[in-house]
Design a protein around this ligand. Sequence first.
Ligand code: GDP
Ligand code: MG
Length: 162
Amino acid sequence: VLPVIALVGRPNVGKSTLFNRLTRTRDALVADQPGVTRDRHYGFAIHDSRRYIVIDTGGIGQDDEDIDAQAFAQTTAALEEADVVLLVTDSRQGLMPGDRIIAEQLRRMQQPVHVVVNKSEGQVGVSATAEFHALALGDPWAVSATHGDRINALLAQVFADL
Ligand code: GDP
Ligand code: MG
């Protein structure tokens, strides 16, 4: 059974971009994986010769005030399948109320959660991630899904938990 990593976060933080970077063109192989729904939100990826499944959720934090109930339920189901969860946030926007709402749900889960501060290309040091410590989900990871910055370091940490 392959480990499952779920990507969650508000719209436009870069979940799908990160999903595409992690899975590249390997999505097609997912259909052959037993027990995995043939769904475009599932992808097959490899880190350091270890294969894993990525789930790109679109569901929670749609709106800071009014979270869509059906999307919330779908994402909850995806989270239950996950071995590790990445809460994706946006360094350009900074910490948003929607991030806090999602973090609150994730803190109730058993699985390890990592806060990913995306769109951090060109930013060095702790300044990009400092405010995200407030989510109380450990040290945030500054990455760039579009540039690929620090993605491998993040994955090394994720796999260390598995
Ligand atoms: P999603 O709604 O969370 O799936 O977000 P998307 O993956 O669709 O990305 C939303 C927007 O953010 C798109 O315009 C992406 O090109 C952009 N984006 C994603 N990752 C990065 C990044 O690392 N750096 C920058 N500058 N933009 C990014
Ligand atoms: Mg998306």
